[in-house]
Design a protein around this ligand. Structure first.
Ligand code: ADP
Length: 327
């Protein structure tokens, strides 16, 4: 028989993403609606270890749906990787009688939740909060849409100045292990080429193509590079191109952390609200150790242990679209 859940904790962990606040709000208010006590745990697993656990009311989450970042703060926590650390974290949950957890974070945070729930028999429900979109089992992750729109807005501005000077711009976007921000923002801004960690980069081919385009006077070019590309970031690519095509005027722009911040898009607010609502429903129904995703516009529940194994795959057709549309 499933144990009834009475007191739940919610935390944000790992890299932050816009829309985490909307998810917190949904969890808190759905929990209260169902008569549960809801606790906010600050600074992710680090706060669980340090006992940063406070009760939350409906009003605690007023006026946050439109704000980026996370009111609960986030952190990375090495101690949680150790059995002793997790034991101390569990003891703190017990002090408050917390018998269910909602973890908003990326695949690393899900890995932590999986290990923790196996050791202490506490149901954990994950919500995919990551700008990288690199979690299989969901079409959306909270924050991706906002991040990619921020990148597109910035790249559009760069295109204006690139066009004015007939320059080649190499723009680096976030994505240490995943190329989704590069792929989507590159297609949306008409980039010449997109370099992503999931594919081997052929720099000779890039130089050949730039040379050919410059010969036929196609001078405005933008290349989008994900920070984790195997050849290196935008600076490495720029040096290589400068060496091989010294006549091209090349500039580098690294977009950096602006991609993490800002007011979440409508899409991110809506998916965060739906996922947060369903996370609490999961705990009430006795679902254990799954993350809540949305696939084909339906809620989809993936066991945490599967989520941490699989990554989304880049569709090769998308790369072909980039190539054809950039000619
Ligand atoms: P993200 O959730 O954004 O992928 P991280 O990979 O940094 O971020 O993971 C966040 C935190 O999750 C880590 O700092 C750590 O506390 C916890 N965590 C990650 N992997 C494990 C693991 N194998 N065992 C226990 N805790 C883990």
């Amino acid at each position: 028989m499933t144990k009834k859940v009475n007191k739940i904790g919610v935390l944000t962990s790992g890299g932050d993403s816009p829309g985490m606040n909307a998810a917190i709000r949904a969890v808190v208010r759905t929990g209260i609606y169902h008569g549960l006590e809801v606790f906010g745990i600050s600074h992710g697993y680090a706060g669980m270890l340090a006992g940063e656990i406070e009760p939350m009311e409906s009003r605690s989450v007023a006026n946050i749906i439109q704000r980026g970042g996370t009111i609960l703060k986030t952190a990375r926590c090495k101690e949680f990787m150790t059995p002793e650390g997790r034991k101390a974290a569990y003891a703190n949950l017990q002090k408050h009688g917390i018998d269910g957890l909602v973890i908003i974070g990326g695949d690393g945070s899900f890995r932590g939740a999986q290990v923790f729930s196996n050791e202490f028999d506490i149901p954990c429900i994950g919500l995919p909060g990551t700008i990288d979109k690199d979690i299989a089992g969901t079409d959306f992750t909270i924050g991706f849409d906002t991040a990619v729109n921020t990148a597109v807005e910035a790249i559009d501005k760069i295109r204006d100045t690139a066009d004015a000077h007939d320059r080649l711009f190499i723009i680096e976007v976030m994505g240490r292990d995943a190329g989704y921000i590069a792929l989507h923002s590159g297609i949306a801004t008409g980039a010449e080429n997109i370099l992503i960690p999931e594919r081997k980069t052929n720099v000779e081919e890039i130089v050949r193509s730039l040379d050919e385009k410059s010969k036929r006077k196609k001078l405005v070019n933008m290349i989008i590079v994900a920070e984790g590309d195997d050849f290196g970031g935008a600076n490495e690519l720029s040096s290589y191109i400068n060496k091989n095509l010294p006549e091209l005027e090349t500039r580098v722009c690294i977009l950096g952390h602006i991609q993490r911040g800002g007011s979440p898009s409508c899409l991110d607010r809506v998916i965060a609200s739906r996922m947060g609502y369903h996370a609490v429903e999961c705990l009430i129904e006795g679902k254990h150790n799954v993350f809540v995703g949305i696939l084909n516009n339906k809620m989809n529940y993936t066991p945490l242990n599967e989520a941490v194994k699989k990554k989304q795959k880049i569709n090769e057709e998308w790369m072909n679209i980039v190539k054809i549309l950039a000619s």
